[in-house]
Design a protein around this ligand. Structure first.
Ligand SMILES: O=C(O)[C@H](O)[C@@H](O)[C@H](O)[C@H](O)COP(=O)(O)O
Length: 252
């Protein structure tokens, strides 16, 4: 029985107000949240390494996770037995300021966690279409399920790069879809995106959502409203289709 001891500063008990399939862990501030989430994910990875010899992790990019990724990199575990990939990637070069791979390189992989194997969602190619089959082959070879997936959420209710209006969103949200990764273009995404699909993101032992601020919590509440459709706010599909309750880590 895995016990994740939340930080002593977990100011409120775990709540299910937003949705029966979502357990909310609220923290006083971003650093308490980052440390608690890093501790929980590290616990998942240690358990996995003990039980199956490998820890398989998918992480999100953006601005919110920076502190969490630094704290995760400080966790003591056998990083040489961990494989990390991304929930999604912007189609930019790995040294571009918008690259999620660069974010992980500058935070998570800045110390001992550099021993982990990283499977990027970017490969050099003139067009992402040309690179997608090579990327898909690498992601298809990962020994799912993940041991932890950590998602973020945008102000429009997207998660990973499952954006409203995405040209391949229907394919990516198909719970019975066979593709683990798709190329997606969307009006709100400044560049083409490579994203894991819904069934792939849900193929995990532990599923986390890391959001910060009242505004994001209000967006999530709207997404979980009965009259919202999955394609309008894709985070809804994650909460509704997850087999295990989604563990939401949040601070005001
Ligand atoms: O590549 C990305 O941008 C992320 O994977 C994306 O899904 C992110 O989680 C949300 O866009 C929230 O981003 P912020 O944390 O910057 O608000």
């Amino acid at each position: 029985m895995k016990m994740h001891l939340d930080s002593a500063r977990d100011v409120r008990p775990r709540r299910r107000d937003l949705h029966a399939n979502l357990i909310e862990h609220a923290y006083a501030d971003g650093i308490a949240l980052a440390r608690a989430l890093a501790s929980a994910v590290a616990c998942d990875l240690r358990d996995a390494i003990l039980t199956r010899g490998i820890g398989l992790l998918a992480l999100s990019g953006g601005t919110t996770p920076q502190r969490f990724l630094i704290e995760l990199g400080r966790q003591r575990l056998d990083w040489g037995r961990v494989v990390v990939t991304l929930a999604d990637e912007r189609w930019v070069k790995p040294d571009d300021a918008r690259s999620n791979a660069r974010l992980l390189r500058e935070t998570l992989f800045a110390g001992a966690a550099a021993a982990a194997r990283f499977e990027p969602l970017f490969e050099p190619a003139y067009h992402p279409d040309a690179a997608l089959p090579r990327i898909a082959r690498r992601i298809d070879a990962l020994p799912l399920p993940f041991d932890a997936v950590v998602l973020g959420m945008g102000g429009d209710g997207h998660t990973a790069s499952l954006f409203p209006g995405g040209d391949t969103l229907a394919q990516a949200l198909d719970p019975h879809g066979r593709q683990r990764v798709v190329l997606l273009h969307a009006p709100a995404a400044p560049e083409p995106r490579i994203t894991l699909t819904l069934p792939t993101l849900l193929a995990t032992t532990a599923l986390y959502l890391h959001i910060e601020g009242d505004a994001k919590r209000a967006v999530l509440a709207k997404a979980l409203d009965a009259y919202t459709r999955n394609e309008d706010m894709p985070i809804r599909a994650i909460v509704n289709c997850a087999g295990e309750p989604l563990r939401m880590y949040w601070c005001a």
